[in-house]
Design a binder for this molecule. Structure first.
Ligand SMILES: Cc1cc2nc3c(=O)[nH]c(=O)nc-3n(C[C@H](O)[C@H](O)[C@H](O)COP(=O)(O)O)c2cc1C
Length: 305
């Protein structure tokens, strides 16, 4: 997939583009990742659906979306007007449901590929695939023959070993992996004994999760050969370069778009400035330049995890 630059919006934080039109042309992003699409219309979880937490956002949207038919008839034509590739984020309850969405959208103008959401913590089925490497692989193997476009598996951080999930996706035929989705978390009011959101637990995003996302990106980039798309608390060019340093090829910006919907042009300018000031010409000069610390330690000082 040819991208003009490495920054995409993260699914669910950019709607279907129209919400951002008053702030910046949605086509300013190198590609658009719309909110997850399922076969059926989904109404989502009960409110309140989002609450601010220290340096983060806890959400429980529950994958509300207009469903496949309305996406094709109403939302896709508008997204196509933005003139940049679309990476359609897909969610389903069964392998067949993922396949139905991919088959319906394959070959449509500007649909360059699919990001399979196997990682949403806010709905019962969302994590079913993502928690089990074999289930992830089964899903990818089923979808792979249905598209000649990019197939990206969006991984959950709610596992012990995210690299194992990434490897399963790669071996099953994914062209790329993206990570991380939100981290399962909660917030309570101790006086009333009630959850601060409409469900018991939700998904944490924003700056609070960036160090975790960075560690996981490093682990996955070391494990797989396919490009890694890093997500999690990215707010600036500096952050993007940190993720590129540990091996990411591209990034998605999510929660930060709520704070700074117009942030992209500034981030891109800063990215060029930071590279130039470090005497570097492109992201390739930074990609994977993070030193494996163990390499520099004598044997007896090797870190134990
Ligand atoms: C309000 C909200 C809705 C989201 N909806 C989706 C979604 O529909 N599909 C999906 O794959 N990820 C969804 N995500 C997860 C983001 O795409 C992203 O993986 C996560 O928020 C971490 O990135 P960030 O810290 O930059 O927001 C959502 C996140 C938020 C905050």
């Amino acid at each position: 997939m040819d991208l003009t630059h490495p920054v995409l919006p993260a699914s669910g934080t950019f709607g279907y583009g129209e919400e951002f039109e008053p702030f910046l042309p949605p086509g300013t992003f190198s590609a658009i990742v719309p909110k997850s699409i399922s076969v059926e219309v989904r109404c989502g979880n009960p409110p309140p659906r989002a609450v601010e937490t220290p340096a983060g956002l806890l959400n429980s949207i529950g994958l509300q979306n207009p469903g496949l038919d309305a996406f094709v008839s109403d939302y896709l034509p508008r997204l196509q007007r933005y003139g940049v590739p679309l990476l359609v984020n897909v969610v389903g309850r069964t392998v067949e449901e993922y396949c139905t969405v991919v088959e319906a959208l394959e070959g449509k103008h500007l649909v360059a590929g699919f990001e399979l959401n196997v990682s949403c913590p806010n709905v019962k089925e969302g994590l079913r695939f993502g928690l089990d490497p074999e289930a992830t692989a089964t899903l990818i193997r089923a979808v792979r023959p249905l598209t000649t476009g990019v197939l990206m598996a969006k991984l959950t951080p709610n596992v012990t070993d995210i690299a194992e999930q990434a490897l399963a996706a790669e071996e099953a035929g994914a062209d790329s992996v993206s990570l991380i989705n939100t981290i399962r978390a909660m917030a309570v009011d101790w006086r009333t004994g009630e959850s601060s959101i409409g469900t018991e637990t939700g998904g944490l995003s924003g700056p609070a999760i960036r160090p975790i996302a960075l560690r996981m990106t490093m682990e996955v980039a070391r494990a797989v050969k396919v490009p890694v798309c890093a997500i999690g608390g990215i707010c600036s060019a500096q952050h993007i370069l940190e993720f590129i340093s540990v091996g990411a090829s591209l990034v998605q910006v999510g929660t930060h778009l709520y704070r700074e919907p117009t942030c992209l042009p500034e981030i891109l300018q800063e990215l060029r400035h930071l590279l130039a000031s470090a005497g570097m010409r492109s992201l390739d000069d930074v990609r994977g330049n993070f030193h494996q610390l163990q390499d520099r330690l004598p044997d007896r000082e090797r870190q134990v995890p």
